[in-house]
Design a protein around this ligand. Structure first.
Ligand code: CTP
Ligand code: MG
Length: 234
């Protein structure tokens, strides 16, 4: 693809975790293979990465029994590869990292953020190219957040102004992400592992359209938004 005209020492590789089971969505298929407006989420996410013009290669991590269906539904280009993911998201990302020894930068982007605007992807990549080692999209938190103990009693109310909800794609200098994943460790996001190394993670403004489709309500929202988009094009 080399859509951004990168030199070989400058390659941006997107890793797309798509190997989750989608338990909270409760669909018949693993979540990434559930369709939104007729197109499986994983295809929408990959199309968004390609449309960003900021990515040289895409590696999609899927459940072992979904490799052939993923190959069939993804764009036919030798810049998109499918590999087997793992039991935890961390295992899936680790499998993607291992498949791209040539990467200079990684963008880790959930298939479940199927409607992410290409512009957000390009902004994360641009920050990496400008020299930031770790970049994540962030939005202000709209709800008040409380910590609770095991009995449900409130133990604290952090100041909301200092909190952010974090999205993907999360961008990293490849060597930094490889180091973060070198240990046998687990986290819900990639930046969390990088933070444990003591590296500085920079936030940029996120986009509400990059929301993660997690529950049936999220899926209804995504359907409605895609319908609007299609109607707008008609
Ligand atoms: N993911 C993955 N490998 C796993 C678990 C998750 O590649 N072992 C991916 C999912 O496919 C998804 C992204 O990581 O694109 C974010 O995870 P999440 O929203 O939690 O998806 P699921 O794990 O599929 O959903 P659930 O937790 O409800 O089962
Ligand atoms: Mg999950």
């Amino acid at each position: 693809m080399t859509v951004n005209g990168s030199d070989s020492d400058d390659l941006v590789v997107a890793l797309v975790p798509a190997a989750g089971r989608g338990v909270r969505l409760g669909g018949a298929a693993p979540k990434a293979f559930v369709a939104v407006g007729g197109t499986p989420m994983v295809r929408l996410a990959v199309d968004g990465l390609i449309a960003s013009g900021a990515v040289d290669r895409i590696i999609v991590m899927v459940p072992p029994e979904f490799v052939s269906s993923a190959v069939a539904l993804l764009p036919e280009t030798n810049s998109v590869d499918v590999v087997v993911g793992g039991a935890e998201r961390t295992d899936s990302v680790r499998a993607g990292i291992a498949a791209a020894p040539e990467a200079a930068y990684f963008l880790v982007h959930d298939a479940a953020r199927a409607l992410t605007p290409p512009d957000l992807i390009a902004r994360v990549a641009a920050e990496l190219r400008a020299g930031r080692p770790a970049v994540v999209p962030a939005l202000p938190v709209v709800d008040t957040i409380k910590s609770v103990d095991e009995f449900g009693a409130v133990t604290g109310t952090p100041d909301r102004s200092g909190l952010r909800a974090i999205q993907t794609p999360q961008g990293f200098a490849a060597e930094l992400l490889r180091s973060a994943y070198a240990t046998d460790t687990n986290a819900t996001d990639d930046a969390g592992l990088v933070e444990r190394l003591g590296a500085r993670v920079h936030t940029i403004p996120g986009d509400p359209m990059a929301f993660k489709i997690t529950t049936p309500l999220d899926l209804r929202l995504a359907h409605a938004l895609l319908d609007e988009r299609t109607a707008g094009l008609a």
